[in-house]
Ligand binder design. Structure first.
Ligand code: G1P
Ligand code: ZN
Length: 543
């Protein structure tokens, strides 16, 4: 095998964000951009000589090309084996599972998650460590340092490999093992859930609809929900992954999964609806006429997970990202479980899961997962819901009503202002910071500020410190507004405003969240000057 050492120089802007490096696809396709970043990953992890890696992605535009480059670079640099999903496909949770199950040295996932795909949309690359989870900051910092001093990379000179057939191919001394992307994952799901109970529910006439949003979960959902569990053919829609996700935005929320929302809110709707994102780690849960917010979903799952065989022994503890609502905290308090609050991003759950301190964790951004892998897992959440519904015999809306009656309700909504001018967004955040000392005690839209600060996290397992993780304004009575700038956007800045209020009045459990939160929304705007500073009369997305 011929290898080449290519001279290069650092390229600006290769700092990994909340979840790896995300850029416009055309940026990734520029000469040496991908190569530089892959080389920096290899350097950041101490080289790949003698190592086994996993490789796969969500199938978006450039996924197939990038896979060939990564394989050539790994072969040239002495990796012994790369386990790659057939056609270079692996959902993020499935990749996490293979990394763990095969005891590898980590993996590279090609995905920009829920961001649209295509030549004019987004592409991304992230590295997961041998525990199967996203690289922690200490590793991504080393990768970033490497991007700033890179001088050359080694790459094999070969023809493209045929990744369409399961089996082994030699690339020089390196083995490329092409695996069925679904098999190991489906086996893991079967080990956690009562497939007979779920199959029984589906047989009894319980109708489901799963929208794979033209993304990677299609083949997984078909294989598990339709083929193994017996859901009616056609229950999984938009099941064929396409490089541009059918021209859509593969983010499972009420805005981007509109068709599913419409279906679930019409007369004669299916009993259960769900969707997942580009790379299969996010989920949206619906019932007939019911939308479950991700924060509520985490709380309901925490309260009922023991009904599924994989969690029958109970939970070690739970964790949520700081902006996620406190609904799960109520469950933890009632059940005597430890409850951790982490910064945004799945990588912060890794240590807690590895240390056995938590079993379940979740984020308000439609991410829920457990210690079965080290990523959030869309289909896993769907199966846990189905298992719980099969055991309790309740509908989704009954589950929610019962949950709120028992634990109280946290009204919750996230408002996103996308593609805002970066300098204005940063000025808004700095202006909030400058008010920390003076806000407490002042009232806005009838809400009195009780606290104002910026969240920082000390990891209880390894003691690492992460500062600047979101601005929190707490109101008397328990409501709050949180402000963050997105770390995954690729254009300008995205301002996320997280709004929450608590409700314990049994007569007020069924209000529209935007209405229930009206005062908090008005207070947040009055304090931060959102409309004025962003020039936006209203958010682009409300979830
Ligand atoms: C967003 C979500 C965050 C999630 C991440 C990756 O990050 O808010 O919860 O972990 O995507 O899916 P953000 O753009 O807010 O930095
Ligand atoms: Zn994702």
């Amino acid at each position: 095998m011929e290898t080449l050492t290519v001279q290069t120089q650092p390229i600006e802007g290769q700092k990994p964000g909340t979840s790896g490096l995300r850029k416009k696809t055309r940026v990734f396709m520029e000469p040496r951009f991908l190569e530089n970043f892959i080389q920096s990953i290899f350097t950041g992890i101490g080289g790949v000589a003698g190592k086994t890696l996993v490789l796969g992605g969500d199938g978006r535009y450039f996924n197939d090309r990038a896979a060939q480059v990564i394989l050539r670079m790994a072969a040239a640099q002495g990796a012994v084996r790369v386990i790659v999903g057939q056609n270079a496909l692996l959902s993020t949770p499935a990749a996490s599972n293979v990394i763990r199950k095969r005891k590898t040295d980590g993996g590279i996932i090609m995905s920009a998650s829920h961001n649209p795909g295509g030549p004019d949309e987004d592409f991304g690359v992230k590295f997961n460590t041998p525990n199967g989870g996203p690289a922690p900051e200490e590793v991504t910092d080393r990768i970033f340092e490497a991007t700033k001093v890179i001088e050359c990379y080694d790459i094999a000179v070969t023809e493209d490999l045929d990744l369409s057939t399961v089996g082994e191919i030699k690339l020089g001394d390196m083995v490329v093992e092409v695996v069925d992307p679904v098999a190991d994952y489906a086996e893991l799901m079967e080990s956690l859930f009562d497939f007979d109970a779920i199959a029984g529910l589906l047989k009894s006439g319980f109708r489901i609809r799963f929208d794979a949003m033209h993304a990677v979960t299609g083949p997984y959902a078909r294989a598990i929900l339709e083929d193994r569990l017996g859901a009616a053919a056609g229950s999984v829609i938009n099941a064929v992954p396409s490089p541009d996700f059918g021209g859509g935005h593969p983010d499972p929320n009420p805005i981007w999964a509109k068709d599913l929302m419409r279906e679930m809110f019409r007369a004669g709707a299916p009993d259960f609806g769900a969707a997942s994102d580009g790379d299969g780690d996010r989920n949206m849960i619906l019932g007939a006429g019911a939308y479950v917010t991700p924060s509520d979903s985490l709380a309901v799952l925490a309260a009922n997970a023991h009904l599924a065989p994989g969690y029958a022994r109970g939970l070690a503890g739970v964790a949520r990202s700081m902006p996620t609502s406190g609904a799960v905290d109520r469950v933890a308090a009632a059940r005597g479980l430890d409850c951790y609050e982490t910064p945004t991003g799945w990588k912060f759950f890794g240590n807690l899961l590895d240390a056995g301190r938590v079993t379940l964790c979740g984020e308000e951004s439609a991410g829920t997962g457990s210690d079965h892998v080290r990523e959030k897992d869309g289909l896993w959440a769907v199966l846990l819901w189905l298992n719980i519904l099969a055991v309790t015999g309740r509908s989704v809306s009954q589950m929610l009503a019962d949950h709120w009656a028992e634990f109280g309700r946290n009204y919750y909504s996230r408002h996103d202002y996308e593609g805002v001018d970066k300098a204005s967004a940063e000025a808004l955040m700095n202006n909030l910071r400058s008010q920390f000392a003076t806000l407490p005690g002042r009232s806005f839209a009838g809400k009195t500020v009780a606290s104002a600060d910026e969240f920082a996290y000390d990891d209880p397992v390894d003691g690492s410190h992460s500062a600047g993780q979101g601005i929190r304004i707490g109101f008397e009575g328990g409501g709050r507004a949180v402000f963050r700038l997105s770390g995954t956007g690729t254009v300008g800045a995205t301002l996320r405003v997280y709004l929450e209020d608590v409700c314990e009045d049994p007569e007020a459990m069924n209000r529209d969240p935007q209405e229930a939160l009206a005062d908090i929304i008005a207070a947040a705007d009055a304090i931060a000057g959102i409309r004025e500073r962003t020039g936006r009369p209203e958010p682009d997305v409300r979830t």
